[in-house]
Write a protein that binds this ligand. Structure first.
Ligand code: NAP
Length: 295
């Protein structure tokens, strides 16, 4: 099995490439400097050179705030590039795993989101990602769209690192308690992607293409997530006193981005089809909280 990873300079793409190295899985991993995914001609060349059994696209415009002012640029990377990736992969007979997001949903559902629920994004980033999902599904014939939520990894810029950083500097914290979702450790997401790759390659008749959710359980509010990080930091001796965290509502947090209140993803389908269980986000934080301290 040979994998081509796009976006290898990011949290998920970087971890996936490292995991391939650890497991001796042949992998060509390209950062933005090596391949801009909007460059179709260069991408075609890389696919020809790498001869992958599966292409994984973890590259994306992920700055949710900036996307509000730069929607055209977000769309160029998150949507238009997927038209090219889908067409090239179909023509070159390469299956694609494309990473998407809970932000395609409006968060107004009272229950967990199913893959069959209508996607109605609330913001520019979500619109660009949903457009990419649609363009890929129109062009590619063998594709998996993997929608993740609240991704974090050691050494990355993410909620865990940001909260821990403030606690370590003795700063007070206010965290929204009306946005709920499943934190997802990028290492678990990498294992999930590799298991899907393995199944695609091992099963010549694989036909379960389409959209899947993958996320951590249990679901929590952002406030509960921060409380858990604080508890873990205290237990690990990273902070000496329990930091005060104030629960606040989203309306008290001025932002140009409207975020979904409910990001809870139902993950039954991925367990049923691939036997993959949810990310153990609590275990990752308890075991490795020290590695999230910003250097
Ligand atoms: N982070 C989350 O909470 C979250 C939640 C749900 C889903 N997701 C999805 O998960 C995937 C991975 O996210 P992540 O957290 O790993 O993001 P990340 O750390 O921001 O990584 C994205 C990578 O894509 C690269 N990139 C941007 N534009 C590119 C282009 N035109 N060509 C090639 N590479 C380009 C970025 O490079 P530069 O840094 O140089 O721009 C960066 O290295 C994305 O599809 C994202 O939408 C993320």
């Amino acid at each position: 099995m040979r994998i081509l990873v796009l976006g290898a300079g990011g949290q998920l793409g970087g971890l996936l490439a490292r995991r391939c190295g650890e497991l001796n899985i042949p992998c060509v991993a390209l950062s933005r400097a090596e391949l801009d995914i909007t460059d179709g001609r260069k991408l075609a060349g890389w696919i020809d050179d790498a001869c992958p059994d599966v292409l994984v696209n973890a590259a994306a415009y992920t700055d949710v705030e900036a996307a509000e002012d730069c929607e055209a640029e977000a769309a160029r990377i998150n949507a238009e590039a997927l038209r090219t990736i889908g067409t090239l992969c179909r023509d070159k007979a390469v299956p694609v795993i494309h990473i998407s997001t809970d932000f395609v949903y409006d968060g107004k559902k009272m229950d967990e989101y199913l893959e069959t629920d209508e996607a109605v994004p609330l913001n520019a980033y979500g619109r660009s990602k949903l457009a990419g999902d649609r363009l890929l599904s129109e062009r590619a014939d063998r594709y998996i769209i993997l929608r993740l939520s609240w991704l974090f990894a050691r050494g990355g810029r993410n909620f865990v690192a940001a909260v821990l950083g403030r606690m370590m500097r003795g700063m007070s914290l206010s965290v929204v308690d009306d946005q709920v979702g499943g934190p997802t450790y990028a290492g678990d997401a990498s294992s999930c992607i590799l298991e899907i790759c393995r199944r695609i390659c091992a099963d010549g008749g694989f036909s379960s293409w389409g959209v899947y959710h993958y996320a951590g359980k249990p679901d929590v509010s952002r406030y509960e997530f921060a409380e858990f990080i604080a508890e873990a930091a205290l237990k690990a001796g990273i902070v000496s006193a329990r930091p005060a965290i104030a629960p606040v509502s989203s309306s008290g947090f001025p932002s140009k981005v409207v975020r979904p209140r409910n990001s809870r993803l139902n993950v039954d389908k991925i367990r049923r089809v691939f036997g993959i269980g949810p990310s153990d986000w609590k275990g990752e934080i308890l075991r490795h909280i020290g590695d999230y301290a910003m250097r």
